[in-house]
Ligand binder design. Sequence first.
Ligand SMILES: NC(=O)c1ccc[n+]([C@@H]2O[C@H](COP(=O)([O-])OP(=O)(O)OC[C@H]3O[C@@H](n4cnc5c(N)ncnc54)[C@H](OP(=O)(O)O)[C@@H]3O)[C@@H](O)[C@H]2O)c1
Length: 305
Amino acid sequence: MLWVGGAAGGRVVSRREDIPERATGTRDDPAGTSQDFAELRGTTQNMENTVNHTSLSGRTAVVTGAASGMGAATARLLAAHGARVALLARREDRLKELAAEIERDGGRAIAVAVDVTDQASVDAGAARVHAELGAADLVVNAAGVMLPNPIDDGRADEWTRMIDTNVTGALRIIRAFTADLVAAAARGATADLVNISSIGAHALFPGYAVYAATKAALTHLSASLRTEFGPRDVRVTNIEPGLTDTELASHVDNPALGEEGRLGEMFDALGSLSADEIADLVAYVTSRPRHVNLRQIVVLPTRQA
Ligand SMILES: NC(=O)c1ccc[n+]([C@@H]2O[C@H](COP(=O)([O-])OP(=O)(O)OC[C@H]3O[C@@H](n4cnc5c(N)ncnc54)[C@H](OP(=O)(O)O)[C@@H]3O)[C@@H](O)[C@H]2O)c1
């Protein structure tokens, strides 16, 4: 089996003999639903090479952090696969630019300026998503900030911002769209919550204590939420990337730790993933048949692995 990815849209192809005789079943329907099987056959009939992914076409996605980096790349790729995408972040100009690009390419996207640290802003953003795109069935929490500094510096401003964005912000988004995800799964559609955590949840670096704590919290939250969502057929996928080339590091205000210092040295020594490569993973996990939950992914540049 081969994953053919890229910004223009990825797909899984496999040799014809890899296609199962019937779709694998769920606990409620051990034989596999005829609808799933029909979808599978439909896709095989339409492609030169056979495929085994469920189409993302017709899904309604909410992607936070869509102004840049992984969120923007993910939104672009989901839209290229036919999903309607709500782009959420604070920088509205960036979101509008991306929405225009997606629509120029024949996709559907709306720019929704939202600050995930502000409950009223999230409420207003969710209301707009519902009014303009309807209920979501795919939610990606990619909004995040990484602000390392020695704990001795006592940067409560940065601690608060990281906790509010990376943990409470993700929770606000989850609260805003949980009913949508549960309802989508209940009517037999595929429903996904994808949280972008970090290898920082496990790999420890001096200066990163609070960032690491927020990502460990997000990873743990993903695991715990599976106990509530899984039985209702809502998948939760937690992705923990390593070094990825985005603007995340540009907010570090400590020269010794930032791009000019330790972080820059790590990028030079270990290389990095691209935002498109993370987007490719998000498209992959969310396009599995609905009973397949790739629940935890650690993805690193090979030299960091
Ligand atoms: N890059 C890496 O090496 C790496 C590694 C592991 C994990 N991660 C995680 O990956 C996720 C995506 O980061 P990235 O690497 O793609 O960096 P990025 O380009 O800086 O993306 C972060 C996004 O979050 C948005 N954001 C920040 N604060 C926000 C707020 N209060 N409300 C709404 N949106 C907000 C930003 O847009 P606005 O500023 O316009 O709001 C931006 O689009 C983050 O959770 C990060 O922790 C990154």
